[in-house]
Design a protein around this ligand. Structure first.
Ligand code: 4AZ
Length: 248
């Protein structure tokens, strides 16, 4: 997270620390996620492509990058069938846990945006994670959060369409309706960044938190011209619910 501030899991008890361990050793935080049922975590497909289930585990109920909370093992990772390589379309995955989480003041599931959930341009939304504090910078030990604005999708798509005309960027993804752009328009300075991928982007309402996005991709981080791009949860909520509740 760039331009944010430290927070704790008590404010975001659904925050999941997705840890990857090469050959099952030395697990390290690699992505974020959101607990959406007692045994299902919503995250990004690009975090998991090519990596077998035993190399992942999930730490719930911690504000720390590599300690605290409760470790859950993974039984199944389900990648959206429309996800295609390069962080692009349908960058969403469900990670199922071997055991049901025990809810507490630091562990609880969160609501996700339904299929008809509409969010206006300019709405404040919050990105959360342990990702880099600046492009190529360090990753913090303490969980961070930052408030962003929903940025007009057509404008965001135009900006990334221009980027694709630049040398070396022709194979970058298009911004499509299954995505949402978030940042501070023409100012930048606030964004998700590498390591925040898969983590929740949340609208905080009077009725509680609603996950509206999954951190997905972007050009650098916190750039004034190029906002961060997140998977639009409402575009995939029927699939998400089906596989979060699938009997295993
Ligand atoms: C990444 O590399 C990444 N600025 C995630 C989010 C953003 C950029 C990069 C958004 O995982």
């Amino acid at each position: 997270i760039v331009g944010g501030s430290p927070t704790t899991v008590k404010s975001y008890p659904y925050m999941a620390n997705m840890q990857y361990g090469w050959l099952g050793t030395a697990f390290q935080q690699a992505c974020g996620g959101a607990l959406i049922t007692r045994d299902a975590v919503l995250s990004a497909a690009h975090c998991f492509v090519g990596d077998p289930v035993p190399w992942w585990r999930v730490r719930l109920g911690t504000s720390e990058r590599s300690s605290g909370g409760v470790i859950h093992n993974v039984v199944k990772i389900i990648i959206h069938p429309h996800y295609d390589i390069k962080p692009s379309e349908a960058d969403v995955a469900i990670v199922r846990l071997t055991t049901k989480a025990v809810y507490s003041s630091t562990i609880a599931a969160v609501r996700i945006a339904g299929a008809y959930y509409h969010i206006n341009d300019g709405t404040p939304i919050t990105a959360i994670g342990w990702g880099q504090l600046e492009v190529g910078g360090v990753s913090p030990n303490q969980l961070q959060h930052v408030q962003l604005d929903v940025i007009n999708l057509e404008l965001c798509a135009e900006r990334y369409a221009f980027l694709k005309t630049r040398p070396g960027f022709s194979d970058w993804p298009d911004v499509t309706p299954g995505m949402m752009c978030a940042g501070v328009l023409d100012v930048g300075g606030k964004d998700a960044c590498q390591g925040d991928s898969g983590g929740p982007v949340t609208q905080i309402t009077n009725n509680g938190h609603v996950v509206v996005g999954v951190t997905s991709w972007g050009y650098r981080c916190a750039d004034p011209i190029y906002p961060g791009v997140v998977t639009r949860v409402s575009s995939y909520s029927n699939w998400i619910v089906a596989f979060a509740e699938e009997k295993l």
